[in-house]
Design a protein around this ligand. Structure first.
Ligand code: GLN
Length: 312
């Protein structure tokens, strides 16, 4: 589009943003002191196509912590490192219907239900090993950076806050240790898990992460192949069934896209072969999902025909 001419999708996103900005429900996360002072008015929407066209509106360049959107990315790295079979021995692929921080392991196998709840995500992080002079966390951060297409860092302040206040995650990790799902000291592992949750991203970064998943594992802007197709398939399947925790069924029915939320206020949603969506707005609903993020995802799905049942 020539200078001064807006594309139809850009003007659509601007009116959607203005409308959904009016929603005043929810409040920023209160469990992690380091993020509870987030500005409730911040709101960004970014959409990237698999051929690298990026549309953004609102606060798309503000940094916030990735939180649970880290989970599918670390799970992907574990799958790439060890293969599906070895990872499946430790982490199942069933929706739990529980909240993200539920203290539960499956009866019998002792495995966490899936890699999207905290128990499964901590187990996934435990499977990542340092290599070639790179620590476990350095490898995790490098993977996230490849997804986003720029070099990311983490917030030392939020990390410290999670380390001091994350008692429930310590309880989960010790339970995993007791059942030999993790076979290492829980404390350094949790420190890396808290670091991965504290990685700073923008709404635009999230759209690029989502678009990389939509584009069979290759970042549409850098052209770098981050994941093999079989890993992408697995990650998107688990996001579809478990990414929104105890809201996963309602989400897939209404929005119809594999997605992942984080208590920092971010959401990614992926329509394979077509688009990746990143949204940022800190006020959360009772599932820990961004209220405006959920509403915007639904509208995008309806207005642009992104529901998997009838897309493509
Ligand atoms: N760091 C948070 C935790 O482990 C992430 C939770 C989330 O985003 N749902 O509890």
């Amino acid at each position: 589009y020539a200078d001064g001419m807006e594309s139809p999708i850009q003007s659509y996103l601007e009116s959607l943003h203005a409308e959904i900005a009016q929603l005043r429900d929810g409040r920023p996360d209160t469990n992690i002191p380091g993020i509870s002072n987030a500005d409730p008015d911040k709101f960004g929407i970014c959409v990237s196509t698999v051929d690298g066209y990026v549309y953004e509106v609102g606060d798309t360049r503000d940094e916030f912590t990735i939180q649970s959107i880290s989970k599918p990315l670390t799970y992907a790295l574990a799958l790439a490192d060890l293969g599906t079979e070895a990872v499946d021995e430790k982490i199942d692929v069933e929706p739990s219907g529980d909240a993200f921080n539920e203290l539960s392991l499956a009866e019998g196998s002792g495995r966490p239900a899936n890699a999207m709840i905290n128990a499964g995500a901590i187990a996934a992080a435990s499977l990542i090993k340092g290599s070639g002079g790179s620590s476990r966390f350095k490898r995790i951060l490098k993977t996230y950076s490849d997804f986003a297409g720029r070099e990311l860092d983490y917030s030392q302040r939020v990390y410290e806050s999670e380390r001091r206040s994350g008692h429930r995650n310590y309880a989960i990790a010790y339970l995993l240790r007791q059942f030999n799902i993790i076979e290492q000291d829980p404390v350094p592992l949790l420190e890396d898990y808290f670091r991965q949750c504290s990685v700073l991203v923008t709404c635009r970064d999230l759209a690029m992460v989502a678009a990389t998943l939509a584009n069979s594992g290759t970042n549409p802007q850098t052209g770098k192949q981050v994941l093999e197709l079989d890993v992408v398939d697995r990650v998107l399947s688990v996001m579809a069934t478990c990414g929104m925790y105890d809201d996963a069924g309602a989400w897939l029915s209404s929005v119809g896209m594999p997605a992942k939320s984080g208590v920092g206020g971010g959401i990614i949603a992926v329509l394979p072969g077509q688009v990746g969506v990143g949204i940022y707005s800190p006020p959360l609903d009772e599932h820990g999902t961004s209220v405006r993020g959920g509403a915007a995802s639904l509208r995008l799905s309806q207005d642009l025909g992104l529901h998997f049942v009838h897309a493509g």
